[in-house]
Design a binder for this molecule. Sequence first.
Ligand code: ATP
Length: 435
Amino acid sequence: MPPDDLLERVVNLCKRRGFVFPSAEIYGGFRSTYDYGPLGVLALRNVKDAWWRSMVQLRDEVVGIDAAILTSPKVLEASGHLTNFTDPLVDCRNCKERWRADDVAEACPNCGSTDLTQPRPFNTMFKTHAGPVEDEGAEVYLRPETAQGMFLDFASVLQTTRKRPPFGIAQIGKSFRNEITPGNFVFRTREFEQMEMEYFVPPAEANTWFEYWCAERMAWYQSLGIPEDRLRLREHDKEELSHYSARTADVELAFPWGWGELEGSGNRTDYDLKAHSAASGERLEYFEPSTGERYVPYVIEPAAGATRAMMAFLLAAYDEDEVGGEHRTVLRLNRRISPYAVTVLPLSKKETLTPVARKVLALCQPHFMCDYDETQSIGRRYRRQDEIGTPYCVTVDFATLDDMAVTIRERDSTDQVRVPIDGLVEELRARLPLT
Ligand code: ATP
């Protein structure tokens, strides 16, 4: 059973060990923004790489793009975001705090007052200006989702790749939403990273592909270590659907505060391509040369948050147990996600061991993300690596000087095996993912 204060423990660990820091902390922090530290940047990159691997690398019908963040109002007008990308906002007349209506049951969470305004729509897009003149003509938006890039580049991708439906365009990148109430650590922030894929299909096949992607995405989280009983798929009822969606289902995780969305898969129909086609005057459709058929594909979209997923993996991996009568904290992270794959540890800081340990490190570095630690007792160093989820420690001891062998210690079982330095990389390779 996870501890009652799991969130607090994970947040503390993230700060203490350098996964996530409050941004601009020397100025007292800045409005729920966060920085990813030396370990967080590795874990987050691993989450994104694991997604890219499953969505792009292992498929021949999905390609990637990296589109601009600064977005023309024309795009967001056509997509409907200027009018519809809103959250319901309520004001507390007593303490003047503002809340997203779904977060307020009956009373204001800050002061308990029930003297609240009626909800009104609040557009959550960030607006700024491009160029030196700050008039209306210079207005630009920070994209609120990466998806629009895929619709804008649809025709160029079709033309340059000669793909035919069903095919997908994937993208990982930052999105920005002026959330009324950010919170729960990096679960909801105003600047975050998304991993989205738009899958273009013949309209008649949309339902089948929608169900296919819902199942695929559930399986992805499980394959990376989130237990099945902490995940569920929840389909939206009609009132909950976004303005562009015919069907949406969320992969939800049992977060410490209850079920919460990890990602959503939607059937966006031909809404976006038609809207951009009408507004731009460009034909956004697929022409099948073999039949002469022309149609606007439907779009199935699995849309995930990278930062939110990283938090989910950390929460699911957090554990405490006892090893040899000693208490330890261990992140049982999947090997694809843990910041370091291997840490090289000389048994002591003695001069005779350091050159060999450094040689072992240099052998491993081209293949795996490695850490090197030579301070404190070996037991303490194992604990430190367990706490950040490193799956394998490689220890160089005095016997190494004679037999040119090292000890591999596995994180979860703490089992140890001795292997010759010559075969070390192969041995680790057999245990660790290559990409
Ligand atoms: P919510 O209902 O939580 O506001 P949403 O349904 O608006 O989310 P989508 O537009 O479907 O979210 O975005 C896809 C994914 O992007 C979400 O499932 C989530 O993982 C991530 N995401 C969305 N908003 C945020 C945010 N403010 N901070 C971090 N991640 C976010």
